[in-house]
Ligand binder design. Structure first.
Ligand SMILES: C[S@@+](CC[C@H](N)C(=O)[O-])C[C@H]1O[C@@H](n2cnc3c(N)ncnc32)[C@H](O)[C@@H]1O
Length: 297
């Protein structure tokens, strides 16, 4: 196995008609590369991991909402040595009610699969919360020394990239990120306009549990950054930002936009600094009425 994998022929196991299924050859490679004696999959979908494990004589638990197991609400039944996890790609493919009959699951197992189906989250933020809850639940159950293999993709919507790898919580030791090339997926049959860069890969993240009771966790944080309160930005950056966002402004209005922000705390002569900066850089221009503007090069 290398850090880029590609399986143009899918191999045997699972069902290629179950949308978002993965190649059994990936599971085979993981079993061989990491010499896995045990592998569980709690979102096994069409049964790919199960079929490969059975063929290789590797035991594990193979569950899914479509088999009446809800990872969000139910207890993980085993103490897994290793886990393969292939969550839905946000709401790109809806599972309950579309890839399988929700009524049949309700009738057979007495649970409504639509309730906690990760593919039915109302937005990306809710999906990330549920995905991260499922990650921590699985990692907590994992045996010490075990590994968690997570296969994830990216989605592009209206110019924004929704990246599972960027937003997922990462407990334990990050051991490897493998790029998996994608073949035969619906999006690869679509013709895009020249501007769009088609996504032709997924990621497989390998996390190792080196300690059981206390382990490090890395969680991406999203927040609004105001350049007027930052130490990293310069006065030039502040003034370019104000004039780019607000357009032409008189000096009094520029002062008003800066006043009270952290950048002014350490310099009581900040108004002089604003004037000096506006005059120093040719990217700032003022007209005869003293209205300032930013002129990009
Ligand atoms: C990308 S598919 C897995 C595909 C699988 N690797 C295969 O090759 O067929 C994601 C699966 O997650 C399941 N799922 C979504 N939410 C779940 C939950 N709360 N508990 C258990 N399974 C869930 C879906 O039913 C779906 O089968």
């Amino acid at each position: 196995m290398e850090s880029v994998v590609s399986y143009p022929d899918r191999g045997h196991g699972g069902r290629s008609t179950y949308r978002g299924n993965c190649s059994p050859l990936l599971i085979e490679d993981l079993i061989q590369q990491y010499r896995l004696p045990y592998l569980s999959d709690y979102m096994v979908g069409s049964g790919t991991t199960e079929d490969v494990c059975r063929a290789k004589g590797v035991p594990g638990s193979f569950l899914d909402l479509n088999r009446g197991f809800d990872l969000v609400e139910m207890d993980i039944p085993d103490i897994p040595r290793n886990i393969f996890w292939h969550p839905p790609y946000g709401s790109m493919i809806i599972y309950s009610g579309e890839q399988y009959s929700a009524e049949e699951v309700l009738h057979r197992y007495g649970i409504d699969p639509k309730k906690n189906d990760l593919s039915r989250c109302k937005d990306w933020a809710e999906f990330v919360d549920m995905m991260n809850y499922c990650m921590m639940k699985q990692f907590a159950a994992l045996e010490r020394g075990g590994r968690m293999f997570t296969l994830m993709g990216d989605m592009k919507k209206k110019g924004t990239l929704y990246s599972m790898l960027a937003d997922i919580v990462k407990p334990g030791t990050l051991e490897q990120i493998i790029i998996k090339m994608q073949h035969n997926c619906v999006s690869s049959r679509t013709t895009y306009s020249g501007k769009f860069v088609p996504i032709v890969h997924e990621y497989l993240m390998v996390l190792r549990k080196d300690a059981a009771l206390m382990f490090p966790v890395s969680l991406p944080r999203r927040y609004d950054y105001d350049v007027r309160d930052s130490k990293a930005g310069t006065w030039r950056d502040v003034l370019v930002s104000i004039l780019s966002d607000k357009g032409r402004l008189p000096l009094s209005e520029i002062y008003r936009m800066v006043d009270g922000h952290k950048r002014t705390y350490s310099n009581q002569h900040w108004r002089e600094k604003v004037r000096q900066t506006l005059q120093m850089y040719p990217c700032f221009r003022s007209d005869t009425q003293g209205i300032w503007a930013y002129a990009a090069a």
